[in-house]
Design a protein around this ligand. Sequence first.
Ligand SMILES: O=C[C@H](O)[C@H](O)[C@H](O)COP(=O)(O)O
Length: 232
Amino acid sequence: MSDDLKKQAAKAAMQEVRSGMRIGLGTGSTAKHFVDYLGAEVANGFECLCVPTSEATAAQARSLNIPLTTLDEIDALDVTVDGADEIDSNQVLIKGGGGALLREKIVAAASAKMVVIADTSKIVDQLGAFPLPIEVNKFGLGATTNLVKKIMNDFKAQGDLVLRAGSDGQPFETDGGHFILDASFGRISDAKALSSALLEVPGVVQHGLFINLCAAAYLASPEGVVTMGETV
Ligand SMILES: O=C[C@H](O)[C@H](O)[C@H](O)COP(=O)(O)O
């Protein structure tokens, strides 16, 4: 997706925020543009209190003087704006391509409204072409991997399960100190059942299926920004 389309989606979603709001800040190359736009507004006197979904977003927000807090200091947010790897017509998402899915899901669930920003290439008829990120505890990695493989088999996955590697070739470590398994399903026909099955595995911390969390989406195409769900 072109950077310009990411910017257009992020700019369009700025209409979701008002001065005085408590805002969740997503992670990734699209969310980064939203944080830039928000930072420009803050420089002009816009007031907000924000919770970042990753250390990377926190660093960016601090550099822009965006006031930050935590979900220990406040227990609810008005809105969260975040990217996605896939979105279907029911606004079910796959997220976690950047490894931030756990904090992203915690922040989205604490928000009155989650807004997705992406380009229209992220819209899919059926979820699953993008490998599903599954965040797992380091302890018992082999046993957890076997149980996840069994679930993939039960759900007729068409691809492999891969331990994500970082740029140094070592296993990628999340902000929470966990590993990520990327599960290539090919197609996911029952996201709810898959979610439940994965969460039954003791070593699975969380997965990247976001169900009943996304309320609205701004999706940019070369022809303009289309919306899904309850935009303002
Ligand atoms: O862990 C990362 C997040 O879920 C991202 O929001 C997602 O991967 C989309 O990222 P991008 O906007 O860079 O395509």
